[in-house]
Ligand binder design. Sequence first.
Ligand code: FE
Length: 296
Amino acid sequence: MNTTAPVSFRSRGVERIVLGQPTSDGDGVKLTRVLTQPLQRRLDPFLMLDAFGSDAAADYIGGFPDHPHRGFETVTIMLEGRMRHRDSVGNVGLLEPGSVQWMTAGRGIIHSEMPEQEAGRMAGFQLWVNLAAKDKMQPPAYRDIAPAGVPALTTAEGVSVRVIAGASQGVAGAVERPTTEPIVLDLAIPAGQSFEAAIPAGHNAFAYVYGGEVDIGETAATTRVEVERMAVLANDAGASGVRLAAPAGATGPARVLLVAGRPLGEPIAQHGPFVMNTTAELHRAVSDFQRGVLAT
Ligand code: FE
């Protein structure tokens, strides 16, 4: 007989809720650092999540002038506004609303990200994904993904899903990466509706709420996560993923960035824009940068 067992979905719960830290980076760009260094081990392979969003040009006009990276990947998700990217490999790209840039720094890249507007709103995210030790010194790579290049779907419940990385509901994302196998979904969940995202049991995962609020977990035991909070999702070997529900009566959809990845389990050594495995490798990165050979 060829029968299919009924599929029952079990959701991860919320282990803790994290409020980001206001800070600035680049040339005075105001942002909120949501995933900070103390969480790098817990959320391995993710090293950082910054959220930025401001209507005031003074908060972003300085941009991010030339700076180096080595040893990991940066993912820039633009929601509103425009930024111009230039790098030492010769790539030039425009980040516009709805676009995604996936940059693999590898052994070294020097780049700038400068606003291409003098007024109006600028909003989005930057996520850092670690590279395995064996991949840290690979040649740099860069992909600019236009808004139409990010696969999107709408569920029967009206949930809109932009599949930035990994896969969701059978739709392959714009980016698939080996080793860390990241899943990055940008969700809009209408009031009163819910969404179940499959996440491999071994992945570390978190959800950042950037609009409205969301209830996470099994129906009988949800945790309410308010706007501008990150929920660290519990690692539960029996869970098939996470259920996110937007409370009924909300004025707009809940907006959530859902991120999951397979942990590397390797030592993490960070010095600013360099993330390696050992202090000696960090010294080498600083020295290479100072000697002008980091990105050659
Ligand atoms: Fe950068």
